[in-house]
Design a protein around this ligand. Structure first.
Ligand code: TXD
Length: 309
C-alpha cells in the first residue's frame, strides 16, 4: 500500500511521539531527522520492532541527513530547545530561531510542495520565521498550539463538569503564551455553552490554569516540557491535511484581515485540507476576547521584530 510521506525533524520527546502516532494510525511513512548521531536511527528501529505487535504497515527511517526527506507531503518541525522550570517560551527564541531557520532551508528546497507544521517554541514567532524562510504560500505554513491549548482547556472544563473530556469542545485563540485567549463563550458541553453551566469565577480560574498549562507540566517533569498531548495535537493537524477532511482546528496561521488582524501569525480556528489552510473561520468574539486577541498578537509582533522579521 502506498502511504503519504511525513518528515519529522527533531527526534526528541515531541518528535518521537509524532512519529509513533503517525505510524500506529497508519497515516504515513515517516522520516525522522535529528542532529544527534544515531538517535533517530535508534528510535526508528525500536518503533519498527513494534510493527509486528501493533500491526501497522507504515514504516519509518531515522537519519541525520536531509536527503531522505525529499518530496515529503508534510514536514513537522519539533527540533530545538524545550523549557525547563523558570524559563518562559520567549527565553528559547534566539537559539531556536537559528535551529528552525536552518531546518526550513534544508526541507523547503527538497520538498517544495510540502505543508510545514511548526511545533518549536516560541511557537508563533517560529511559525512566522518558517514562513519567511521557506518562501511558501502562507496557507502551507501552520503552527501547532491551539489544538493543544484547546485540549487542555477542554480537559480542565471536563473536570469541573464531571464529564468525559470528549464531551467538551473548547476554543482557545491567540498566541501560544501567557496572553492566549480561552473563549468560554464558544466552548460547549454537548452543545451547551459552558458559560451557562459554570460560574464566572470558576471559568476564570480554569482559563488561568489553561494559560499556565505548559508550565504546570514543566514544573512536574522538571527536565523538559509536555509531549503526549503536543504530539497528539500535531498529528491531528497532519491527519486533517492528509485526509483532506476539512476538520476545523485552532491553529497558528497567517491572517490577512480576519478578526481585524493582518500581516501576522495568530491562533484562530481554521479548516485544514490538502492545500493546508482551506479557510479561516471567523467567530463573533465578545469585546473582551477581541481585545485580548489584539494584545496577544501585539506580543507576537514585538518578538518577531527582535528577530528583524
Ligand atoms: O504547543 C507547542 N507548540 C509545544 C511546543 C508543545 C510542547 C513542546 N513545544 C516545543 O517543542 C518545545 O518548547 C521545544 O521547542 C520543541 C521540542 O520539544 P521536545 O520536548 O521534543 O524537546 P527535546 O526532547 O529536547 O527534543 C528536541 C530535539 C532533540 O532531539 C535535539 O537533538 C533536536 O531537537 N535538535 C535538532 N534536530 C535537527 N536539527 C537541529 N538543528 C536540531 N537541534 C536540536
Amino acid at each position: 500500500m502506498k502511504f503519504p510521506k511525513v518528515t519529522v525533524v527533531g527526534a526528541g520527546f515531541v518528535g518521537a511521539g509524532c512519529a509513533q502516532r503517525l505510524l500506529e494510525k497508519q497515516l504515513a511513512n515517516v522520516v525522522l531527522v535529528d542532529v544527534v548521531d544515531s538517535l533517530p536511527q535508534g528510535k526508528a528501529l525500536d518503533m519498527m520492532e513494534s510493527a509486528p505487535i501493533e500491526k501497522f504497515q507504515t514504516s519509518i527511517v531515522g537519519t541525520n541527513s536531509y536527503e531522505e526527506t525529499k518530496n515529503s507531503d508534510i514536514v513537522i518541525i519539533t527540533a530545538g530547545l524545550a523549557r525547563k522550570p523558570g524559563m518562559s517560551r520567549d527565553d528559547l527564541q534566539a537559539k531556536n530561531a537559528e535551529i528552525v531557520g536552518g531546518i526550513v532551508t534544508e526541507v523547503s528546497s527538497r520538498s517544495p510542495q510540502a505543508i510545514l507544521i511548526i511545533v518549536t517554541n516560541p511557537l508563533d514567532v517560529m511559525t512566522y520565521l518558517a514562513w519567511k524562510k521557506s518562501g511558501f504560500d502562507h496557507k502551507r505554513v501552520i503552527g501547532m498550539a491551539g489544538v493543544l491549548d484547546s485540549a487542555r482547556y477542554a480537559y480542565f472544563l471536563s473536570l469541573e463538569l464531571k464529564c468525559v473530556p470528549s464531551d467538551v469542545e473548547a476554543v482557545v485563540l491567540g498566541g501560544h503564551g501567557d496572553l492566549m485567549v480561552p473563549a468560554p463563550e464558544f466552548s460547549t458541553f454537548k452543545g451547551k455553552p459552558v458559560t451557562q453551566l459554570i460560574s464566572k469565577e470558576k471559568i476564570e480560574a480554569i482559563n488561568q490554569r489553561t494559560r499556565d498549562g505548559g508550565i504546570e507540566i514543566v514544573n512536574l517533569l522538571k527536565t523538559g516540557s509536555a509531549y503526549y498531548a503536543p504530539s497528539s495535537s500535531a498529528v491531528a493537524m497532519a491527519e486533517a491535511i492528509l485526509k483532506d477532511s476539512g476538520r476545523v482546528l485552532p491553529c497558528c496561521v497567517y491572517l490577512t484581515g480576519q478578526y481585524g488582524i493582518k500581516d501576522t501569525y495568530c491562533g484562530v480556528p481554521v479548516s485544514l485540507g490538502k492545500e493546508g489552510v482551506k479557510k479561516v473561520v471567523e467567530l463573533k468574539l465578545s469585546a473582551e476576547s477581541a481585545a485580548q486577541l489584539k494584545r496577544s498578537t501585539e506580543h507576537v509582533r514585538e518578538h518577531c521584530a527582535k528577530l528583524n522579521l
